[in-house]
Design a binder for this molecule. Sequence first.
Ligand SMILES: [Cu+2]
Length: 422
Amino acid sequence: MRLVVAFLLLALTGALAQSLPRCGSLRVRRSAHSLSPAEWQQIRRVLYQLHRQGQFDRFARAHSMVFDEVHGTAAFFPFHRRFVQEFEDLGRQIDPDFTIPYWDAARDYRDPASSPILQPGTLGGDGRGRASCVRDGIQARWGSLFPRRHCLRRDFNGGPFILPWVPPEMISSFLQSDTQLGLFREHIEYGIHGAVHLGLGGDAATPYAPNDFFFFMHHANIDRLWWQWQVGHLSIFDYDGPGPNGEATLDDIIPESNDVNFNGERVWSTMVLGYGSMCFAYDTAPPPPGRYPGAEDRAARAGWQGPPTATLSGASNTTEANLEVARIHAAMKKDPVLKKLFPGVAALGPPSRGLGRAPPAHDRAANSCPGPTAGRKIVYPAPLTLAWIEMHGFDPKRVDKLYAEGCELIDQLNNSTYVSPY
Ligand SMILES: [Cu+2]
């Protein structure tokens, strides 16, 4: 029996024996919130060229062609990782310094329309006029070819406002408590992913969303969260859930079309940042591993230590992330129910023996005079619309169930002594 198990393990790891060379150089994707006006202008110049070359049209049509294969399936994470990287590579042919910033959208969740990313000097705001054409920002007055010739459109879902997105604490909880990638994917896809697409509206709420540059910044952020989950759970090669032919496997071909094809590349080649063609990293996520994870790392997960502090918060602002962790840690003492929602924080133990980002002995910030954000309750995210759920072929009951659980999580935080820094 033991022999059979050993043989099966060998066969399994043999199938994954491929390894990839380390990247010669790495580009580090930074938070869009941290870019200077000059850096936005640099991005604008590259996007102008890409637009003239027809790359936005090409990527929008490509995304629409594989839409059903890459949403609501395991391919969601690896496809978008590879897709964004392909676009970034094209930008680097124009400007070797071009790097797609990631948009930590949860940071703007309360009132997304006032986000610094949606201002005239950045992405621009809501569309105007009867056709909701985008008239300001780095894509002002752009035209798009697909699905038919039109102006680039945005149509905020709350009139002049955008309905609330997903609070950072909810994402932190998913990062820490989801031990199955399939569940984490659902939490992200039905949560922050859909919320931002729907919030912006117009092109962003269609399969042609890559017409709007927000798509690439948003998916860079989704990708950052996936990488944080991969490393945080020591599960870099975890891949489960529905695939194109039954259960997904690492040997599946990354969905492609005539417009954007990856020459039959397999999913496994996208799994490790810093290797093969995945030559990028994130300023607020763990750096690539020192060597390509070997078969023993994949098969013998039990030997790894965890959960590491990398899973504590998905927030890109370190000060706020530290406050979040410290305050949840403090609130847990009185409300043990939070331990299940934030197992990473619960594992920190008493402050004196805490790991890495250990909370201070006294959570001064939580006990100090009320500041402008103190005492504010966390607000619920807007639910996905039925049209969105149908467009993606999601199971509405499943989406509703996860949404209700999310609201419960918010209730538990709001009913505890926790005070959100966001
Ligand atoms: Cu997509």
